[in-house]
Design a protein around this ligand. Sequence first.
Ligand SMILES: Nc1ncnc2c1ncn2[C@@H]1O[C@H](COP(=O)(O)OP(=O)(O)OP(=O)(O)O)[C@@H](O)[C@H]1O
Ligand SMILES: [Mg+2]
Length: 260
Amino acid sequence: MKPNLSLEIEGATVRFGGVVAVSEVSMTVDVGEVVGLIGPNGAGKTSLLNSISRLVPLSAGSVHVFGQNITKIAPYMLPRHGVARTFQVVQPFANLTLRENVAIAAMFSLKSLPKLEAMDRADAVLERTGLTHKAKMLPAEVTLADRKRLEVSRALAMTPKLLLLDEVMAGLNHTEMDAMIHLIRELQQEGTSIVVVEHVMKAIVAVCNRIIVMQNGKKIADGNPKSVLNDPTVVAAYLGQRYVDRQSKTQSASVSGVQK
Ligand SMILES: Nc1ncnc2c1ncn2[C@@H]1O[C@H](COP(=O)(O)OP(=O)(O)OP(=O)(O)O)[C@@H](O)[C@H]1O
Ligand SMILES: [Mg+2]
């Protein structure tokens, strides 16, 4: 593994019975790089994240992070390797406050923390994600956007060096999305490597150094955003001609209002 890689996946295959959710996917993420992972529903994006985070086993292939083989480690060891993720379907502890939810994550981080320090870290993270004023509320008492922010907060509490984000923009309004984009950029500036799974193209274009496209479990494109988003195979498989037409009309770096 090259020394400047935060993630290296080789030939990853994930099977669910007869369904091949991920088929021989290889990809890398440089240290400090933000890589977008896009593709149609059912393409295998979440399954690939699940295989990195050891929630589903690989039937073939390997995963290295920061030079270490994590293909067979237990999922709870992930934070010790500097890896944290969010879940597409948010999964907070329902009867704990937002602050407690984040503190629990901090307690299981790279360097596990005692309770008081974990609470301090939770406060710092909630400040950063804009949830301080809701810290004492339960997950069910806040909006979906806030629960997405909580999900990101829980991952950040683990002080990850590699962060895997699964659709954290879904359901956010423009202001909330801009705040999330700002946060991702800040994390990158601090040296965090990030994989962004997302259908919201505005966000992908705003934060990604590189884009990987999956379809039917396979990787069909991998390259700089401009070339990937203009690749006819990607347009046919996912983006659609409407996206390309709109792009040429706006002629701007910001992709206004396009979700898919
Ligand atoms: N636990 C599971 N058991 C059986 N099949 C599964 C399981 N998880 C995913 N699949 C199947 O694997 C394939 C890939 O699904 P996956 O959720 O990884 O796609 P995705 O790219 O994340 O889609 P979306 O954009 O809708 O989130 C789909 O055919 C899906 O039905
Ligand atoms: Mg998914």
